[in-house]
Design a protein around this ligand. Sequence first.
Ligand code: ARG
Length: 459
Amino acid sequence: AANAMWGGRFADGPDAIMEAINASIGFDQRLARQDIEGSRAHAAMLAATGIISDKDAGAIREGLLTVLSEIETGRFQFSTALEDIHMNVEARLKELIGEPAGRLHTARSRNDQVATDFRLWVRDQADAAITGLDALIVALLGQAEAGADWVMPGFTHLQTAQPVTWGHHMLAYVEMFARDRSRFADARVRMNECPLGAAALAGTGFAIDRDATAQALGFDRPMANSLDAVSDRDFALEFLAAASICAVHLSRLAEELVIWSSAQFRFVTLSDRFSTGSSIMPQKKNPDAAELIRAKIGRIMGAMVALFTVMKGLPLAYSKDMQEDKEQVFDAADHLMLALAAMTGMVADMTANKGALAAAASSGFSTATDLADWLVREAGLPFRDAHHATGALVAMAESKGCDLPDLSLADMQSVNPAITQGVFDVLTVDASVASRTSYGGTAPANVRDQISRWRGRLG
Ligand code: ARG
């Protein structure tokens, strides 16, 4: 039998395979709440402008609430023959209230309807990402505060470079996640315009009030061009791009937690609540959550690439290709929120091992740069010569199997006679980090300043 919604010109119904490839109800039922919210705003506007009667609008708005409660309580029968959430909702509304249901779709198309629903959904997810990032930032600030002056090795090439403070390392991630937060907030501003009323693609001859529906749905304004309104998905691309960058940051922190929690590093101890065991090796405590967070970028960036590829080269206006937008964004959003929550829990619960961090900080000749800087400052050497002399002292310490502070003054003076006892003051890791007070540097005093700056910003 021909389709009840659009089958007027059809003698025959769709092939089962046609129905299978066409239907989106299997996934777009997640837009139910947004769809009903949009329809209720549309019905109210149609009545306010005199396009339908108040009585019909009242029945529609009331009936839609019944449909919503049926969906939310799992009593709703979704039908593949009805293709998508929009037609499923409308068909049920007709069963509930009869003839007035047929007036809801006046001056509207599924094209502006789905664009509106999806914007509302993605907007909620941008808000959720912001909330999730705020919680993660708070957890990182807690760690930074606890260890504002704890020393640890800073790495380049994963080789010991210079000592840094634990608080400084935590704050590096605070900066990254705060930028992620601002990317979601920026994207939200651009996406917050309402497509509803663009109708199929050209607008409508009915005297609708697009400002009213935009306002009712919390949008800043209606979208200015009907073709653009129904055919762009840049808001979803932007969300996925922000999600991908955030997932990259999450994966880098996750990787550090995997390394740091190993027996070889012991920089952190993950809580039991965020670790797992092995079914064969009784001693194991594995950082599975960190590993899974590290992996999430795969599907999140995959979703971004998939949707970019779907959108590329599509002519204006709507094409059914765009139905492929939703699953990608749903999946990416679900996994981003899960990863943010898991990372927040892991960071809040973990214990940084001050002693292990300090022991590692002083190995690997981590204060060699401080020695070279001392030669510049106190003995007037050009930095390149100081670098060379310090390199010779590192080689000497290495051959003696000791650290730089263990060399005697005589050893030092054999390389450069201008060296005095005072050099030993700069060879400790604590002196090293305390000296790095340049703006953005690792000194505990800077870390404390930054923590209070962030606390002030978060309120
Ligand atoms: N399910 C469709 C989608 O997700 C809704 C829009 C259908 N529009 C149309 N002209 N067939 O894109």
